[in-house]
Design a protein around this ligand. Structure first.
Ligand SMILES: Cc1cc2nc3c(=O)[nH]c(=O)nc-3n(C[C@H](O)[C@H](O)[C@H](O)COP(=O)(O)OP(=O)(O)OC[C@H]3O[C@@H](n4cnc5c(N)ncnc54)[C@H](O)[C@@H]3O)c2cc1C
Length: 442
């Protein structure tokens, strides 16, 4: 039996972060991956989707900036660059990279065979620590006839070669909104059906409203508060019936639903403590923990688990984790929603500002400037509890609120902090003043 200090099962961002840190510290590490090193994120999720969105986004930006002719889209060029970015679905370089770093790389589906024991391809391995980083699976909704029509998950949707004419997205979360905007901007007729009353329902309802407005401007039909109940083939396409009896004709149904954390035996998310410990010598990181299904969280947990394995006691803190939908304009949020704060009995103050009314950057950036910022403060503690923005570049400037929330920076200090003129970051000052807590501090 081969013996290691640590066995990492699943080499997506969570597994990679853990393995990299453990190898750097000189540990004997085996990494096991049943598909491609890099995981869902690198080949079928974050990387291809953000790459595909950028071309249409740049085109739309040029249309909004003064004095620029709108450039043409080049699907073949964008598709080639997407293929380059997903390494043509080839992880040969990653395998040799890990081998050179000292890891034993094993391709195959692993199974826990007992405490400290892992079985893969008939081979039994043993280690003091096992890190499970096996990711999540797309949820398949219970819709009559779905198995008889063309259905894509994120995999087909992000490796697409020919843009379909009509697309129906089931689910209006981050994945549904991003893919919906991409396909619409590439010329498809897009409908998004969302069971919840608003899009991106993990956020404040106002965020969903603003997202729906942005998608409507791209010609996307958004049906919230509705669920598909039946699907049937019709000619070359599909007809999907919703729970109000209305019907949508489409060429392809794309599942844009939230994903489910699934463990090795398909048993659901693995509960972990704040150190990412799942049991004695057993650790879990990333989507499989169900904590927050993001790459940055998977990598963070990978670092936390590795540090604990290395004897550097470390607890994870999730208060300042940003949540971004890479639509245009970008949708970014951090901390609590108003409903979550109310459920915790926090006394709050809120502010919402239109960026065009408050600061100069939106006007220098584009004609007909867009953007809204919302803040949520804890009145008693004099700190920010949450923030959201639907605005250009919001994925970048949300990090100020993220740090303020994580470090509990008093609002009195935030009010005294100066942002570069003219930037989107200046909006925080106006919004903070609008909270009406200016004389309080923690
Ligand atoms: C379309 C789309 C876009 C997204 N965009 C973003 C984004 O922009 N930003 C963001 O933060 N997040 C994004 N996400 C979410 C992000 O992809 C995940 O949160 C992230 O991939 C989780 O990393 P992970 O390491 O937990 O799992 P994964 O990336 O899923 O990797 C898990 C790995 O484990 C392997 N594995 C599973 N079981 C076994 C087994 N038994 N034996 C061996 N190997 C196994 C799998 O093959 C896989 O390679 C997006 C998701 C989707 C679907």
């Amino acid at each position: 039996m081969d013996k290691f200090d640590v066995i990492v099962i699943g080499m997506g961002p969570g597994g990679e972060a853990a393995a990299g840190r453990l190898l750097d510290a000189g540990r004997r590490v085996a990494v096991i991956e049943r598909e491609l090193i890099g995981g869902e994120c690198a080949y079928w999720a974050c990387i291809p989707s953000k790459t595909l969105l950028r071309g249409p986004e740049a085109r739309a930006e040029a249309g909004r900036a003064a004095g620029v002719a709108t450039p043409a889209l080049d699907w073949a060029g964008l598709r080639d660059y997407r293929d380059y970015m997903i390494r043509h679905l080839d992880d040969t370089a990653q395998i040799s990279g890990y081998e050179q770093a000292g890891a034993t790389v094993i391709k195959g589906a692993a199974r826990i065979a007992g405490p400290g024991k892992v079985e893969v391809g008939g081979q039994l391995l043993e280690a003091g620590h096992i890190v499970i980083a096996t990711g999540s699976q797309p949820l398949r909704p219970a819709i009559d006839g779905l198995d008889q029509v063309t259905v894509w998950t994120n995999r087909e949707a992000t490796t697409v070669r020919d843009i379909p004419s009509r697309v129906l997205l089931i689910g209006g979360s981050a994945v549904g909104v991003e893919l919906g905007q991409f396909y619409a901007r590439m010329g498809a007729q897009v409908t998004i059906v969302q069971r919840a009353g608003t899009l991106i329902d993990r956020e404040d309802p106002r965020v969903g409203e603003l997202a729906a407005q942005a998608l409507a401007a791209d010609g996307i039909t958004v049906r919230t508060g509705r669920a598909p109940v039946r699907a049937r083939p019709a000619g070359d396409g599909t007809v999907v019936t919703l729970d109000d009896g209305s019907q949508i004709e489409t060429d392809v149904v794309i599942l844009g639903l939230n994903r489910a954390g699934v463990q090795l035996d398909q048993g659901g998310a693995i509960p972990v403590d704040e150190r990412c410990r799942a049991g004695d010598g057993l650790w879990a990181v990333g989507d499989v923990t169900g904590v927050a299904l993001f790459t940055h969280v998977a990598m963070y947990q990978g670092r936390v688990a590795a540090d604990n394995i290395l004897g550097r006691d470390r607890a994870a803190a999730y208060q300042g984790i940003p949540r971004v939908v890479f639509a245009d304009p970008e949708i970014a949020a951090v901390g609590l929603t108003a409903a979550q704060a109310a459920a915790r009995g926090i006394s709050t103050a809120t502010a919402e500002i239109s960026l065009a009314d408050a600061i100069a950057r939106p006007w220098t950036y584009e004609r007909d400037p867009r953007g809204t910022l919302g803040l949520l403060a804890d009145r008693d503690r004099g700190v920010l509890a949450g923030a959201w923005a639907v605005a250009p570049l919001a994925s970048e400037w949300i990090h100020q609120a993220a740090l303020a929330i994580r470090a509990q920076i008093p609002i009195s200090v935030l009010l005294d902090q100066v942002a570069q003129f003219p930037t989107y970051s200046e909006a925080y000052l106006t919004a903070l003043e609008r909270l009406g807590l200016s004389t309080r501090s923690a």
